[in-house]
Design a protein around this ligand. Sequence first.
Ligand SMILES: NC(=O)c1ccc[n+]([C@@H]2O[C@H](COP(=O)([O-])OP(=O)(O)OC[C@H]3O[C@@H](n4cnc5c(N)ncnc54)[C@H](OP(=O)(O)O)[C@@H]3O)[C@@H](O)[C@H]2O)c1
Length: 264
Amino acid sequence: MTFPFASDLFAGRRVLVTGAGRGIGQAVAAGFLQGGAQVLAHLGVAERDAAESFPGLSPAERERLAVTAGDLAGGAGVEALLAEVHRRLGGLDVLVNNAGTMLGRVPADAVDEAHYARVLDLNARSVVLLSGGAVPMLREAAQGGRGAAIVNTVSISARTGGSPGSSLYSAAKAFVATHSRALARELAPDGIRVNAVSPGTIMTDFHRRYSTPEKLEATAASIPMKRLGTAADCVGAYLFLAAPELSGYVTGQVLEVNGGQLMA
Ligand SMILES: NC(=O)c1ccc[n+]([C@@H]2O[C@H](COP(=O)([O-])OP(=O)(O)OC[C@H]3O[C@@H](n4cnc5c(N)ncnc54)[C@H](OP(=O)(O)O)[C@@H]3O)[C@@H](O)[C@H]2O)c1
């Protein structure tokens, strides 16, 4: 995947992307590398190595890539990741909170406390803790004059409610959208912008796991652009929201990337 934009847009910028082992996060991390950033890619929990997740990098991009892994559903994983950011990047200009998933389709009358904790811990609590823990580094980076940015991944389901069995996931994404606006207001005086990207139906392992081919075909037919999205379709929105040269006066916004699936 190559993205046609200035290759030095993120030169000298230190970027953490969570959930970057595959799907949207992987494409976003590759986009930042092509833009010249120093990237710490958090690969998630599945066993894999950097070469598997990032084939085809140029030698210069490979040199600017560091990888780490770990479970973000627990507080210890978040603390360990923040320590890695200190150690590997020495500071942080851009935080992309992307790790997340549905953790199964569970009907409303089968939701129990354990499922609630699992879904909220991963999709909401980790974003709260990672963002809060990163604020001192982002604040310091912003003093360099180019500001700092948090870009969160939410979901079209935060506004539509999602499809059956995804109530907690959808609500957790709505929580993150509102939390993004709250932090945007709170951190603006520090030069930290906070925004979110809201993907529609993007063909990644997420839907290979949670949606049938028939459901996906029907969804594609209902989308004005008549196709599902790809991870590459999402990349520009993250880079735009992270680059002060492109979006320096944009904060507290949720950018919908969905081929027209939701317009409002
Ligand atoms: N695909 C869509 O249509 C869509 C739509 C709206 C929003 N989103 C959101 O977009 C983001 C990326 O999703 P995707 O479509 O790229 O799905 P994906 O391919 O399943 O990627 C999910 C990423 O999150 C990581 N992750 C999952 N559980 C984790 C845990 N407990 N601790 C740390 N990392 C964990 C995964 O790591 P492993 O590889 O180790 O599992 C993976 O890197 C998610 O936040 C998702 O909710 C996706």
